[in-house]
Design a binder for this molecule. Structure first.
Ligand SMILES: C[C@@H](N)C(=O)N[C@H](C)C(=O)O
Ligand SMILES: [Zn+2]
Length: 212
């Protein structure tokens, strides 16, 4: 189902802005059981701090878009390091591919291993203030760096580091209390009912497979 207006979203959608092939499909869709839990997470968040809101960065992602974003991220890394795709050594290529797949799931077409967002059960999100502006979390969503680890600022003694950790903890606590599982390497990625959730929650199987 389409996300309700009670949940803020990034506009324009970041991957549509990059030209990702959604066709007529909305990226702001999720399983209804997942939407209910998101609303519950926002309610929990606001019982502790009424000035904070959830803001959705990305939700449902067709496999063609997963492939597009894997290719886009590879090209972005090439340009970041000033490398030419035609002149890569085998080792350089495999190191770049490994970096991409530390953050992006394989765009698998096998129904037994669907990419998380293709199930409609995974969501990338952050916190916003009362004006709808995303809160500084000490790293950008989709950033390929050590800062993306949820506990990156855990022992940071600086005031700003403590603030980043505080907001990351607020997001995680609200989402976990509503039943979500956080990705161990990405502070912004949560799911309910997909394979990653089942693995960490020791649930015998995922609740949701690839959505059509
Ligand atoms: C990179 C991020 N947007 C993301 O969603 N990562 C997970 C692991 C995925 O690709 O499903
Ligand atoms: Zn994600």
């Amino acid at each position: 189902m389409e996300l309700p207006p009670a949940l803020l979203r990034f506009e324009p959608h970041p991957y549509i802005a990059l030209g990702a092939p959604y066709g007529r499909i909305s990226p702001f869709c999720l399983r209804s059981g997942v939407v209910e839990r998101l609303l519950e997470a926002q309610r929990i968040l606001q019982t502790n701090d009424s000035d904070l809101w959830l803001i959705i960065f990305d939700a449902y992602r067709p496999i063609a878009v997963q492939q597009f974003m894997v290719d886009w991220t590879f090209a972005d890394l090439l340009s970041h390091f000033g490398l030419d795709a035609q002149r890569l050594t085998a080792q350089q290529r495999s190191e770049l591919v490994e970096q991409v797949h530390r953050f992006w799931a394989e765009p698998s077409l096998d129904p037994a291993t669907p990419p998380p967002h293709s199930t409609g059960a995974a969501v990338d999100l952050t916190l916003a203030d009362t004006s709808g502006k995303p809160v500084a979390m000490g790293g950008e969503i989709d950033e390929i760096s050590e800062r993306s680890s949820p506990d990156h600022y855990f022992e940071d003694p600086t005031e700003i580091g403590r603030r980043f950790h505080y907001y990351r903890a607020r997001l995680r606590t609200a989402m976990e209390e509503a039943g979500f599982q956080q990705h161990p390497g990405e502070w912004w990625h949560f799911s309910y009912g997909d394979q990653l959730w089942a693995f960490y929650q020791q649930h015998p199987t995922a609740i949701y497979g690839q959505a059509q």
